[in-house]
Write a protein that binds this ligand. Structure first.
Ligand code: AKG
Length: 360
């Protein structure tokens, strides 16, 4: 059976997304839910006949420990990327649906008041609403000890001396031996409220599979590798679904290369994107604007947190002369399967010790 790719898959867990036709408006929530189960199962069955989909689904359902014992499969990863654009995001929603059955959210993370704050429990509902309303973005300024932010900036500044810039304006550190010693990263990886937000958005027990920090300096336009530095619009598709947590380690004004995104361009909105944007790769700002989309610029004070579903179109921006942007990134994924891991398996385990504790 050929799947109908233009109809978004109804999302079982998100009551708000269940659209009510006149015929089902009077149904009970139970009846509507059961109807949607049938609907999703039919779609899933049709997808299971698609080339590569069953193998991709199987890999996505592995838990991290099982997954990291296997060799990386680049071909299957690229097949997942292709399927994402071909299905206009629907494959990702369907796989996430199955993952959420396999690895349901651990309730002990819910709004943990005893947690070192950073995200106080009373902010959580607002963040969830913003994520939902924008298709996966929320920004807030939180009270983080300045010393924790500065510790990472100093490490980045020290590194700069050793780095040959080439055509990149960025210096990136993702060495877990260095990062795991910093106070802020230790706290973030163990922060239950952050984990709660990610789990809730990803509808499953999520995994941190990448932590990195980088510094962006001014680079003359001529010869700057804007694609390599992620400064042209793109959507991330390294994993089935993810939520990145960016933290500005210093003030970011329009001169400091702020993050830019286009809301409601993530998986569940892809089928309403213009055909010209339905491809993997990079897009110029002109292409995005000509398609009628309106990019949003995220400036912010030191300590600003941005929750970002970077399956939305997004980019960094060039930094002006005399300015520098410092940023930290934590990546939560619904499944370890995807691009070649940026860290060793034991380091990823270390980033997620909180999961082991919750299971014991
Ligand atoms: O530097 C930025 O603000 C964008 C980073 C980015 O494109 C990414 O993490 O995928």
């Amino acid at each position: 059976m050929v799947p109908c790719l233009n109809q978004p898959l109804l999302n079982l867990q998100d009551e708000a997304s269940i659209s009510l036709s006149s015929s089902n408006r009077d149904m009970s929530i139970y009846d509507r839910t059961m109807m949607n189960v049938e609907h999703s199962r039919d779609k899933l069955n049709s997808y299971l006949n698609k080339e590569d989909f069953p193998r991709i689904l199987e890999k996505c359902l592995l838990n991290a420990k099982e997954y990291y014992q296997m060799d990386h499969d680049e071909e299957l990863y690229l097949a997942m990327r292709r399927l994402y654009t071909e299905s206009m995001g629907e494959s990702s929603i369907m796989i996430n649906h199955e993952i959420s059955r396999h690895r349901p959210i651990v309730s002990s993370f819910y709004k943990a008041a005893e947690n070192i704050q950073i995200i106080s429990p009373n902010l959580i509902d607002g963040i969830k609403t913003d994520l939902q309303n924008s298709g996966g973005y929320a920004k807030l300024l939180v009270d983080i000890d300045c010393c924790w932010l500065d510790e990472i900036r100093e490490i980045l500044d020290d590194m700069t001396l050793d780095v040959v810039h080439n055509r990149s304006a960025r210096v990136i550190i993702n060495d877990w031996r260095i990062l795991s010693k910093t106070k802020l990263i230790q706290i973030l990886c163990r922060n239950k409220n952050l984990r709660y937000i990610a789990d809730n958005y990803l509808k499953c027990r999520s995994l941190i599979n990448m932590v990195s920090v980088w510094k962006t300096d001014y680079q003359p336009r001529n010869g700057h590798d804007m694609n390599g530095d992620a400064m042209n619009f793109h959507f991330d598709c390294d994993h089935n679904r993810f939520l990145k947590v960016f933290i500005y380690l210093d003030d970011v004004t329009a001169n400091h290369g702020p993050h830019v995104f286009v809301e409601k361009t993530s998986a569940k909105y892809r089928n309403s994107l213009p055909e010209s944007l339905n491809r993997d790769g990079r897009y110029s700002s002109l292409e995005v604007i000509n398609a009628g989309l309106v990019p949003k610029i995220v400036t912010g004070k030191k300590g600003t947190i941005i929750f970002a579903d970077t399956q939305n179109l997004h980019r960094g921006t060039p930094v002006h002369f005399g300015a520098t942007r410092y940023i930290l990134q934590l990546q939560f994924v619904d499944s370890a399967f995807g691009a070649r891991p940026a860290h060793k398996a034991e380091d990823i385990e270390d980033m997620n010790t909180i999961l082991l504790e919750a299971a014991s």
